[in-house]
Write a protein that binds this ligand. Structure first.
Ligand code: ATP
Ligand code: 5RP
Length: 290
């Protein structure tokens, strides 16, 4: 935690929608005149695509079938912790990109499956924004949750998460349904042990729930739309959250528990704007006073 250089960490599994949520944050940052330095979780993978394939084969030959991109040791979480810590102390840090597809290859000048070089943050910023797989990990080696000032979980119910992952990986990353299904299966152990525990560390979780049948996510022809889903928003600590204001501003929303709100899927962006704008203002006001 750093009052001077705050960190916002948006955490979710692959395909959960963390990149999509970033567009809402970018809109708030723009409107509120907040300068954010952004980093992506995939930049902290330990291996490039070819190295990962080799490492996977090696582990499987040794009888380890649990290793995947979700595993702690497939990622440089110590490096991520160092970036969080350095940013909190100095407002600086290092970033790079993991290039997934041809479009990103064109943008970054590096072939798919490779990393760009590490570079220091170019400009001064008011806060650091992380989105990725491991932004609230607490294990015996790192404590990322302790270093982030606002932690957000993006967690569609699992059928929906799989549909999103399958559709995105097929449409933009050139994978087949079978290849994505294999990846989902291979990652399940680490999903349970490395991804899920973070959602007890996060301050607010956003869980999209479809209200159409997703019983067989592997044949879904499209991702359930905003109108075909609800959003459960759960606050770890509801103290200070003005639920009356939120339910009056978000049409058709209601409370299901003392710390949980449900809003129509189409109100996700509005709900995030209403919830996060005052939180971001508070973080930035505090930091400017230091
Ligand atoms: N609220 C939503 N409504 C409908 N579709 C969504 C929503 N959020 C995400 N998606 C879709 O799900 C897919 C995955 O989303 P996104 O790329 O944001 O995931 P991600 O968590 O960043 O994944 P990764 O970490 O693997 O890059 C995309 O096709 C995106 O359009
Ligand atoms: O999105 C992901 C994790 O968040 C990808 O699955 C991971 O970055 C590996 O990518 P690829 O299989 O394209 O090399």
């Amino acid at each position: 935690m750093s009052k001077k250089h705050p960190i916002i960490s948006v955490t979710g599994s692959s395909g959960a929608g963390t990149s999509t949520v970033k567009t809402t944050f970018d809109a708030i940052f723009r409107r509120e005149g907040v300068k954010a330095a952004s980093i992506e979780g995939d930049a902290f993978h330990r291996y490039d695509r070819a190295q990962m394939k080799t490492e996977l084969q090696k582990r499987m030959a040794e009888g380890d079938y649990t290793f995947s991109h979700f595993s702690y040791d497939a990622n440089e979480l110590g490096e991520l912790e160092r970036v969080f810590r350095e940013y909190g102390e100095t407002g600086n840090g290092l970033k790079r990109h993991y290039v997934h597809d041809d479009e990103e290859a064109e943008k970054f000048g590096v072939p798919p499956g490779h990393f760009t070089a590490w570079t220091a943050f170019q400009e001064e910023s008011d806060l650091l924004f992380y989105e990725g797989l491991h932004g609230a990990v607490v294990n015996d080696q790192v404590n990322l949750a302790a270093l982030a000032d606002l932690k957000i979980g993006v967690v569609p119910v699992i059928n929906l998460e799989w549909i999103q992952k399958i559709h995105r990986d097929k449409a933009s990353r050139g994978y087949t349904t079978e290849a994505v299904t294999d990846t989902i299966l291979r990652r399940m152990h680490a999903y349970v042990h490395c991804i899920c525990p973070q959602f007890s560390e996060t301050d607010i979780n956003f869980q999209r729930v479809p209200v159409v049948d997703t019983s067989n996510p592997f044949i879904a022809r499209w991702i359930p739309t905003a109108d075909e889903s609800l959003l459960v928003i759960r606050f770890k600590n509801p103290r200070g959250i003005d639920f009356q204001y939120l339910t009056s501003m978000i049409h058709d929303s209601w409370m299901t528990r003392a710390n949980s709100l449900v809003v129509p899927g189409g109100k996700m962006d509005l709900a995030m704007q209403l919830i996060f704008t005052p939180m971001i203002q508070r973080l930035v006001d505090e930091s400017r006073k230091q």
